[in-house]
Design a binder for this molecule. Structure first.
Ligand SMILES: NC(=O)c1ccc[n+]([C@@H]2O[C@H](COP(=O)([O-])OP(=O)(O)OC[C@H]3O[C@@H](n4cnc5c(N)ncnc54)[C@H](O)[C@@H]3O)[C@@H](O)[C@H]2O)c1
Ligand SMILES: O=C(CO)[C@@H](O)[C@H](O)[C@H](O)[C@H](O)COP(=O)(O)O
Ligand SMILES: [Zn+2]
Length: 376
């Protein structure tokens, strides 16, 4: 510490060790499955009452079994049902949830149960980080994005002022239960949307995962990842994401391979709202990066074509009408600012590997966007 030696001063340091459990569960709302109850009570044995926030569509489809489960295990009163969308992923919704927590008399050691997709998990996670300066919560992700990404990391956040995730906090859960059965009711488009985040992991570090998806193709979507081999797709995606996060959870290093597909996509997603889902924007960004990498000689043309063909085969977009030079320029500038003044843009060097570049130009991206518009 440097300070005026004549004046008093102190240095304080306190570890903030964190540990949270991520476990796959089979039929988490089956009353005989004690996982959710056990993890919830283990976190706060003082009472078994819990404040539950559940996504409105999830409540419509799974609410009867959820309520029977909560009643059977005496976990909670009636769940708080939250309509979710990217447009309502805002501070206003955080305040609404916090007011409900307060009205329910939740104290800061009583874990909240968050049951929904990435939007609900981001909103409830941020609310939990703010409510009484930090309240524990458990996640039950119910979408592909939730199971492989939003449900397993430390990040929470909401959009503001046209910026994606401008407000947020690192607030990992006490635990996350990943039940792929819940995906069986997911709309086809949202399954495809989640495959973008799985392909992100495959393309930066796991060629075998890419080949698994390539081999299953559209059947993976038709069967909502319920196939015998599909658990491996999910476990490789989760394991790969956690390997990327575990030693940089607070993002002290801003060069992050999991930022692949997330350089232009935040600006694109916000500009195209509500037409483009998060994963769809990520897919467009990955397609752009793939073409830029091939044009730079970092990626073989045959691998470029394989990546684009698999993105398309599972139903993901390669481009979007909102991609224009203004957006490319604004997106590059916003991302460079977000990453400490350097682009740190992951570009693929093969299927399963990537490197960081700081010098990708708006012109390169514009040429890549044109090439993608003409792609077979
Ligand atoms: N915190 C993170 O690290 C992180 C990581 C990746 C993405 N995200 C965020 O996640 C969000 C996208 O998440 P998403 O793709 O899950 O979208 P989402 O939460 O909007 O859910 C998609 C739709 O599916 C419905 N739904 C949810 N579960 C269902 C089920 N089991 N059956 C039927 N319908 C169901 C929802 O009501 C919604 O209409 C974005 O805001 C993105 O920024 C966060
Ligand atoms: O979308 C997200 C997190 O929001 C993840 O899928 C992704 O891997 C990375 O965490 C993002 O690249 C980081 O973006 P941001 O949340 O910091 O804006
Ligand atoms: Zn993402």
């Amino acid at each position: 510490m440097t300070h005026d030696p004549v004046l008093p001063g102190w240095s304080i340091s306190a570890g903030a060790a964190v540990r949270y459990d991520i476990v796959f569960a089979d039929d988490v709302f089956d009353t005989v499955n004690g996982s959710l109850a056990a993890l919830s009570v283990a976190a706060y044995p003082a009472t078994t009452r819990r404040f539950v926030v559940v996504d409105a569509n999830v409540d419509r489809l799974h609410g009867a079994r959820l309520r029977a489960y909560l009643d059977h295990h005496g976990i909670s009163d009636d769940p708080f049902v939250l309509e979710t969308s990217e447009e309502t992923k805002t501070l206003d919704t955080v305040v609404r949830v916090a007011d409900a927590l307060d009205a329910h008399g939740v104290d800061r050691r009583q874990p909240v149960l968050a049951i929904g997709g990435g939007v609900l998990l981001d909103v409830v996670g941020l609310t939990a980080s703010l409510y009484r300066r930090g309240t524990p919560y458990l996640r039950v992700p119910t979408t592909v994005v939730g199971l492989v990404d939003a449900g397993v990391g430390a990040k929470t956040g909401v959009n503001h002022g046209g910026h994606k995730n401008l407000f947020g906090a690192y607030h990992p859960p006490v635990a996350a239960l990943l039940d792929r059965r819940l995906l069986a009711t997911l709309d086809r488009r949202h399954v495809v949307n989640g495959l973008a985040e799985i392909l992100k992991i495959a393309l930066i570090r796991d060629r075998d995962l890419f080949e698994l998806i390539a081999a299953r193709g559209g059947a993976l979507v038709d069967e909502r990842l319920q196939g015998d081999d599909d658990l491996e797709v999910l476990t490789r995606a989760v394991g790969g994401m956690l390997d990327e996060l575990r030693d940089n959870l607070w993002e002290k290093r801003l060069a992050r391979l999991v930022d692949y597909g997330h350089s232009i996509s935040p600006a694109l997603e916000m500009k195209a709202l509500p037409a483009l889902l998060h994963g769809e924007a990520v897919a467009v960004d990955m397609a752009l990066s793939t073409v830029v990498a091939a044009r730079r000689g970092l990626l073989e043309p045959r691998d470029r074509d394989r990546v684009l063909d698999v993105l398309r085969a599972v139903g993901l977009p390669l481009t979007h009408e909102a991609l224009d030079s203004d957006l490319l320029r604004a997106g590059l500038a916003a991302t460079t600012r977000h990453r400490g003044g350097r682009q740190r843009m992951p570009l693929p060097t093969g299927i399963g590997s990537a490197r960081f570049c700081d010098d990708v130009t708006e012109g390169e991206l514009a040429v890549a966007a044109k090439e993608l518009g003409d792609y077979r």
